[in-house]
Design a protein around this ligand. Structure first.
Ligand code: NAD
Length: 440
């Protein structure tokens, strides 16, 4: 199938590369010329496991090209994915300007399109958006009617950064959700997913939109629940990880992958999606109590780490603190809404001298912090420079106790509970989220 992918960020690029790897002819569109140049030379603009090699392969095979020419790309395709950003506005509500702009442009092009076309919204949009924004713009600008001249689908994306390609190609744990304006359009999209190993749910447009928010909100509230219990455990001098093990024995709770204690949820999705849903729900006169609580707890977590640092060192003014990990999770270079960034900001506000290190996130961090922090080249360098070190992202390499044990008297705050606390040597002072405050 000839497919256009509009927006080549984490979602668009993954969508494009994965469908191209399945033999489809993909044309990407972006307004960012630097991304287009990189993609056409087979170089990924983002760090994502396996992306470099797969992108190179599909570009060299001629199955994927990129340009800034939306009109001709749409004319040359049978279906387009809208994968542009839907960031939060200042007040937390959703900014739909990118989605609206692209809908207008596709609509204008559809005037001259000689076949029935399908527009698929992959960007995360609130329930009702396809019907109140995308379809009206497409109809008005094309002069065509939905379900007749063109079809619309909502196909929310469930990939996790760090394993985006494998998640996309193997949706057996996430499923494929297709909201559809009409059966014919849903059939076209379902056909595109032929051979993908995952259950397919076909439903109404707004139901598909809601499913994405319900899933993100559910997981966000799990993270905040775990963090609240972890904070309580610390205060009662209980190790939360032992409590977590006990909780997981209950099959109703199960594996509890979102019960890890840490700095809270970060990344480009959870926070903005929870905030957008809160705003939307409030506009309907409903009080979203659980959603608000999830957000409130999440906002507390970075300051839990700050409090531990102050407990260990007293006044932080002039103290050198190393923050290990800046990305919002391991396996990505994405620092959007990273809790590690928040921790650095809190430390700087206390006039601490901060050195940072991240295996993949340094370039993006430089854009945020400029000259405000020191940049270490390795974990070892950061540890050697500091009085206290904070593990802020769960990169596996930070879980090696030998990195810390060579420095007598080092204070380690394990913001991700990565270290095996049973093997912490006596010469290190260990603190952690959900770790007994009075012990060790
Ligand atoms: P992103 O910010 O990384 O990428 C968006 C891209 O769209 C950018 O490259 C930007 O230049 C481009 N763009 C903006 N306006 C454009 C226009 N008019 N024409 C062409 N390109 C344009 O965003 P992302 O992280 O890929 O997320 C995209 C959407 O997918 C969002 O709605 C997000 O909530 C959702 N989502 C993201 C993830 C994730 O893990 N990142 C997962 C699931 C869903």
């Amino acid at each position: 199938m000839r497919v256009a992918v509009v927006g080549t960020g984490y979602v668009g690029l993954t969508t494009a590369v994965c469908f191209a790897s399945r033999g489809h002819q993909i044309k990407c569109v972006d307004i960012d010329e630097s991304k287009i140049g990189k993609i056409n030379s087979g170089v990924s603009p983002i760090f994502e496991e396996g992306m470099d090699s797969l992108l190179k392969e599909v570009v060299e095979s001629g199955r994927l090209t990129a340009s800034s020419d939306l009109g001709n790309t749409v004319l040359d395709s049978d279906l387009s994915f809208i994968c542009v950003g839907t960031p939060a506005l200042e007040d937390g509500s959703i900014d739909l300007s990118q989605v609206r702009d692209v809908s207008v442009s596709i609509g204008k092009t559809l005037k001259n399109h000689d076949r029935r076309y399908v527009v698929v919204i992959k960007s995360t949009v609130l329930p009702g958006t396809s019907e109140s924004v995308v379809i009206p713009e497409l109809e008005e600008n094309s002069g065509l009617k939905v379900a007749k001249g063109f079809g619309v689908c909502v196909n929310p994306e469930f990939l996790r950064e760090g394993q985006a390609i494998s998640d996309f190609l193997n949706p057996k744990n996430t499923g494929i959700v297709i909201g559809e304006s009409d059966t014919e359009s849903g059939d076209v999209l379902a056909k595109l997913y032929t051979g993908f190993n995952g259950p397919v749910l076909r439903t109404f447009l707004r139901t598909a939109e809601m499913i994405k928010y319900a899933r993100n909100a559910y997981l966000a509230k799990d993270v905040s629940f775990a963090n609240e219990i972890a904070n309580v455990c610390s205060a009662f001098s209980i190790n939360y990880l032992d409590v977590k093990k006990g909780m997981e024995l209950d099959s109703r709770i199960g594996e509890g992958r979102f019960l890890s204690a840490g700095l809270g949820y970060g990344g480009s999705c959870f926070k903005k999606d929870v905030l957008a849903l809160i705003k939307k729900v409030e506009s309907k006169g409903i009080e979203p109590k659980v959603l608000k609580a999830a957000e409130e707890v999440n906002e507390i977590q970075p300051s839990v780490v700050l409090n531990l640092a102050q407990k260990a060192l007293g006044n932080l003014n002039g103290k050198t603190i190393a923050v290990l990990g800046l990305t919002f999770k391991e396996g990505t270079d994405d620092i959007r809404e990273s809790r590690a960034i928040k921790v650095v900001e809190l430390l700087l506000a206390e006039k601490a001298s901060v050195t940072v290190f991240d295996p993949k996130g340094m370039d993006n961090a430089r854009k945020v912090f400029g000259g405000k922090v020191d940049y270490s080249k390795t974990t070892e360098e950061a540890v050697n420079k500091c009085d206290l070190c904070i593990i802020a992202t769960e990169w596996p390499e930070f879980g090696n106790i030998n990195l810390f044990s060579g420095k007598d008297g080092l204070i380690v705050i394990d913001g991700k509970r990565l270290l095996d606390y049973n093997s912490i040597p006596e010469n290190i002072k260990y603190y952690g989220i959900g770790f007994p405050i009075l012990d060790k």
